[in-house]
Write a protein that binds this ligand. Structure first.
Ligand SMILES: [Zn+2]
Length: 186
């Protein structure tokens, strides 16, 4: 599937994750949010977790195709380049090095290489929580990581579901029906 198909797929994955989080009361949400945020922008923070769940699933659904030349890839690298320049000017060298390394991971493999593995989202979640724990507590504890994963299960779901939904859209089975939505496959 092309990037346009995955952008829409990302919205679907985001909506499913958001709906699940809403039904399980993983975050606060009500349908007056636009009115409330408009009244006072500070109200945004009451809703931010819900938005973040949606965005996480959407981004996970786009992420695998950052390994190939496309509109999202170009924007991703443009924003990353800007961020690199900012961090260099601010002399935040650790973040600068981290982002520089990140730029390489998308080009070390062929298209539909490691970014399209079924294990990738699990590994990414694990790397993220381990780094988060070390960064926040300056040490690393397995119990804390389990707790972190348990408390934020909706984000774990959003990452895994977003990524797997990308793989489903790329699958050979769905490609058989590509004649039905040609614009999303070409
Ligand atoms: Zn793909």
């Amino acid at each position: 599937m092309n990037y346009r198909g995955h952008l829409w797929g990302g919205f679907f994955a985001g909506a499913v994750s958001f709906f699940l989080g809403f039904c399980t009361q993983s975050f606060y949400f009500d349908f007056l949010f636009l009115k409330k945020i408009f009244e006072s922008p500070d109200n945004f923070f009451a809703y931010q977790k819900g938005f973040l769940v949606f965005f996480t699933a959407w981004a996970s659904s786009i992420f695998p195709d950052l390994d190939t030349s496309s509109l999202p890839q170009r924007w991703f690298f443009r924003i990353l380049l800007l961020a690199l320049i900012c961090f260099l000017l601010l002399k935040k060298i650790e973040i600068f090095i981290f982002l520089s390394l990140l730029m390489f991971v998308f080009v070390i493999d062929k298209h539909r290489g490691w970014t399209h593995w079924k294990g990738t989202p699990w590994i990414l979640v694990l790397i993220f929580v381990v780094f988060y724990d070390i960064f926040k507590n300056k040490s690393f504890s397995v119990e804390r990581i389990f707790l972190l994963l348990k408390e934020n299960w909706i984000f774990v779901f959003a990452v895994i579901f977003g990524h797997y939904f990308h793989l489903i859209l790329d699958s050979r089975f769905l490609r058989r029906f590509s004649f039905l939505f040609k614009k999303l496959y070409r």
